[in-house]
Unconditional design. Structure first.
Length: 412
């Protein structure tokens, strides 16, 4: 199965009343706040918008994306063996308003929620994606929603997904290591007046644990927004003095924080896709308007029979019957197409040039039906069952091969 899986929103048996739905997309399990403890449920539409943003950020077809490295990001997010939080899959939490919007604040007092500590201990998470954050405008604005959701999903991916994806990045992106590339980049940004630490204790070296866990994620988020020229989504287009207005563009960062520019280019750009501003502004419109555009995957399973070109498994062309075919799609895009033969699984693109599927679920394939029509036009609409009734099962393979090879090629 592909790593780029986009699941359905479904009921979630989380062991805690706080979350009642979940959706897993590209290695991140989104958990949605329930109507509980005096607060409203997170709407399905917000969960879908969160999922769509994750699809956009981890888009294998994004400009400059290294597919192998981005596959590694998803493996890391899933907590696969050999990754830095192995055994602990990533969750993206979504709740309504703020922690204080609940009668028992789940952030300050998780122990008051049955099963919440156990849920937290069995996953890794970073920031919360708030629906209708209490600090946001009322009614909500699209640009503010973009800033809210992008910042906190980036925090999750930056802190729980990219370390170890590109070779050397596990050490290079360790914000608590003063010899690391990211520490040197942050220090340069501070010294050059790009990144202000007044809200973070005023110093990188004062508390290296804080630097590696909090200052690092804020720096990577601000650096990313600057490299993507996304400052229009900030209130009045600025976060000064925390991040200098002079570093809101790639050119400004190159001039004032060249180590940050190099860091982003080397470790972030190959694995995180830049979402189109137009797509985001279409999704997030004022007062919760805008279509989320999220599509979950569909899985098509077929029983197929195929012709194998002569010289591949035998001197002559052969038919092979009753194989399992699995096609995974997201919308019209095929994510995975495999054929199972015995205990072996083959990627369709690896064997396509050597085979032709002639039967799919007891019906001739469109490709084989065309072979019939081209060579025997009087029988262009004949069905598989009709052919069986005419020639019988014992003579079927011979007829199948005769038709396929009538143009001189068994596999066109």
């Amino acid at each position: 199965m592909p790593y780029y899986q986009s699941g359905e929103l479904a009921e979630y048996s989380s062991g805690t009343d706080l979350y009642d739905r979940s959706l897993t997309v590209h290695g991140i399990k989104i958990v949605a706040g329930a109507e509980v403890s005096g607060n409203n449920a997170v709407p399905d539409a917000w969960v879908y918008k969160t999922a769509r943003v994750i699809q956009l950020l981890l888009d294998p077809k994004g400009q400059g994306i290294d597919r192998v490295a981005q596959d590694n990001v998803i493996k890391i997010l899933q907590g696969e063996s050999g990754t830095f939080h192995a055994g602990l899959p990533t969750v993206q939490r979504t709740l309504y308003g703020s922690g204080d919007s609940y009668e028992s604040n789940p952030l300050r007092t998780p122990e008051l929620w049955t099963g919440l500590d156990a849920h937290n201990d069995s996953h890794v998470s970073n920031d919360m994606v708030w629906y209708r954050n209490i600090e946001s405008p009322v009614p909500p604005t699209g640009r503010n929603d973009i800033a809210e959701i992008m910042e906190h999903i980036l925090h999750t991916i930056h802190m729980l997904g990219i370390k170890g994806a590109v070779e050397g990045s596990l050490q290079a992106l360790d914000g608590s290591d003063q010899s690391s590339e990211v520490y040197k980049a942050m220090n340069e940004a501070v010294e050059n007046g790009v990144f202000d630490l007044e809200g973070y204790g005023g110093s990188l070296e004062r508390d290296l644990e804080l630097t590696g866990e909090v200052i690092l994620k804020e720096y990577l988020y601000l650096l990313t927004f600057g490299m993507w020229d996304y400052s229009e989504f900030w209130d009045e287009g600025s976060l000064a003095p925390e991040w200098s207005d002079s570093a809101r563009t790639p050119e400004g960062i190159l001039e004032l924080n060249p180590l940050g520019h190099a860091l982003f280019t080397k470790y972030l750009a190959p694995v995180i896709s830049q979402p189109s501003k137009e797509i985001l502004l279409t999704m997030f419109q004022d007062n919760d308007q805008g279509d989320h555009g999220y599509l979950s995957d569909t899985v098509e399973q077929n029983v197929i029979s195929l012709i194998v070109e002569e010289g591949i498994v035998a001197e002559f062309a052969q038919t092979v019957s009753d194989l399992d075919e699995i096609i995974v799609r997201n919308g019209q895009e095929i994510l995975s197409h495999t054929i199972n033969y015995g205990s072996e699984t083959y990627k369709y693109e690896d064997v396509d040039q050597f085979i032709m599927v002639y039967l799919r679920n007891d019906a001739f394939s469109a490709e084989y039906q065309k072979e019939i029509a081209d060579s025997f036009p009087d029988y262009s609409t004949v069905s598989y069952s009709e052919v069986v009734s005419i020639v019988g099962l014992s003579g079927l393979n011979k007829v199948i091969l005769q038709v396929a090879g009538a143009d001189g090629l068994f596999v066109a």
